[in-house]
Design a protein around this ligand. Structure first.
Ligand code: GDP
Ligand code: GDP
Length: 446
């Protein structure tokens, strides 16, 4: 199931990044007392009482004038409303309720998104309690006093977040197993053109799914009797006027779309090749274990000889070396060249990402692999691999039981992964291998 998203919004300097880092469980020294410090962590996994969700920090760098702050906050609220399931609205007890807070509160209230109001910098409750009540004036419910840096009050606030998350239900209705395809990539690479061409050329039956704001960017498509849902990150885009925020918002949208998809289609521009931002976007899908198709668009603009495609394939594989499994397609949204193949490729990738392999077969492969190349050893002790089993799909995930985790070298795990791929292909999908030490309990299983 898709992980829910929780977005943090609020004025500059109220403590959003501090809260984000505290919740992400990494008290790394990103927050400095110097204004204008670039922070590049935008999203992170968070877990509270066994519930996992993704938190995003919508706030960019500090803004220099009130005018820009207002505009930036409106944009922050918009992106949060568009992408998040629950919003944490952070305010600062020391500055009280400001005009900017009021504006954001208005927007959030109108959106009807669940909001948890966080009053930060309440480092001492006795001292600040009287000032907390003022925040009821925002009209969005109970204020939760916290100290993000002192790590107090966070439990109650997170309980409120969980309560709201649970109330949102399963937006990605679990019983609907229609494949979800997120079309991601930088602006102007041709995402909308591709989607439009696919819809037009194949005379697809299209219906927009009514409902929440998020669903408005989903398009349901039928082809050869199969249904697909396209999540278009280009769709509802309102471009930010503030340059620093553009990339941040595009990353947040990508995370939101990727979180909900089964397969990510990363569109890149054939003329530009793989850029740094493409790599970042690809990394999001990889980290989240999603199927991956790289669509090299604008192929019509490339002057070609017989080797052009292969050369480009190699170049892309080198730059995106962390995802050698990705499928690749060279297309043109203008001429429609090879675009219809995208559906078959999506089918293939989904099949592989849902594939289950029987334990017996897996262990044969493991035994063969171990016989072919000795596992690593250290100080006379050799890694022993006892048993492998598949524990889940999307992505296919395997557990290998070993004698000593410390001995399992990264390169040997990759070797095993390659052996699994040789045997079962797993085209277009990452696979996960978890190394676990055999305990007394699992001993009896073997
Ligand atoms: P952002 O701009 O909203 O992301 O705010 P930051 O997280 O960068 O924090 C702004 C300033 O407030 C920094 O100097 C933080 O150290 C400080 N700060 C954050 N949380 C707290 C808190 O709970 N108590 C106090 N006293 N200061 C805090
Ligand atoms: P998006 O921002 O990723 O959705 O990109 P758009 O679909 O809006 O396309 C950006 C620009 O690239 C537009 O001017 C398109 O006409 C152009 N474009 C898109 N696909 C192709 C293509 O395959 N070939 C050529 N020559 N131009 C394309």
């Amino acid at each position: 199931m898709a992980k829910k998203m929780v977005a943090i919004v609020g004025r500059p300097n109220v403590g959003k990044s501090t809260l984000f880092n505290t919740l992400a469980g990494e008290r790394i020294a990103i927050v400095k007392d110097t204004p204008g410090v670039t922070r590049d962590r935008i999203y992170a996994d968070c877990e509270w009482l066994n519930h996992k969700f993704t938190i995003v920090d919508t706030g960019g760098i500090d803004k220099e004038s009130d005018d820009i702050i207002m505009r930036s906050m409106r944009e922050q609220a918009e992106i949060a409303i568009e992408t998040a399931d629950v919003i944490i609205f952070v305010t600062d007890v020391r500055s009280g309720v400001t005009a900017a807070d009021m504006q954001v509160a208005d927007m959030l209230r109108k959106s009807r998104k669940p909001v948890v109001l966080c009053v930060n910098k309440v480092d001492s409750y006795e001292k600040f309690e009287p000032y907390v009540y003022e925040f009821y004036n925002l009209g969005i419910g109970d204020p939760y006093p916290v100290s993000a840096s002192g790590m107090t009050g966070l439990g109650d606030m997170l309980d409120a977040v969980l309560e709201q998350l649970e109330a949102t239900g399963d937006v990605d209705d679990e019983e609907d197993d229609t494949p979800r395809v997120a079309v991601i990539g930088k602006p102007n690479v041709g995402k909308s053109s591709i989607i439009n061409k696919l819809l037009g050329a194949d005379r697809l039956i299209v219906s927009d799914i009514a409902g929440t704001t998020r669903d408005a960017i989903d398009t349901r498509v039928k082809r050869n009797g199969n249904e697909y849902v396209f999540i278009d990150t280009a769709g509802l885009r309102r471009k930010s006027k503030i340059k620093d925020d553009i990339e941040r918002y595009s990353i947040i949208r990508t995370v939101a779309a990727v979180e909900r998809c089964d397969v990510a289609v990363l569109v890149i521009d054939a003329e530009e090749g793989v850029t740094e931002q493409d790599t970042k976007i690809a990394g999001i899908a990889h980290e989240r274990g999603k199927g991956m198709i790289i669509v090299v668009n604008k192929w019509d603009l490339i002057e070609k000889d017989t080797n052009t495609m292969n050369r480009m394939k190699k170049e892309i594989q080198t730059k995106l070396a962390f995802m050698p499994y990705a499928k690749m397609l060279f297309v043109s949204a203008v001429t429609g060249q090879r675009l219809p193949k995208l559906f078959d490729t999506i089918d293939t990738v989904i099949q592989y990402s849902c594939m289950r392999v029987q334990t017996g077969v897996l262990n044969e492969i493991l035994a063969e692999a171990v016989a072919t190349a000795d596992p690593p050893s250290d100080k006379g002790k050799r890694l022993k691999l006892y048993y492998i089993t598949q524990v889940s799909v999307k992505p296919p995930t395997f557990v290998i039981f070993v004698n000593d985790k410390e001995l399992s070298h990264f390169s040997y795990v990759r070797y095993i992964e390659n052996k699994l791929r040789e045997a079962f292909l797993f085209e277009g999908t990452p696979i996960k291998i978890i190394i676990r030490e055999r305990t007394k309990k699992s001993d009896s299983l073997i």
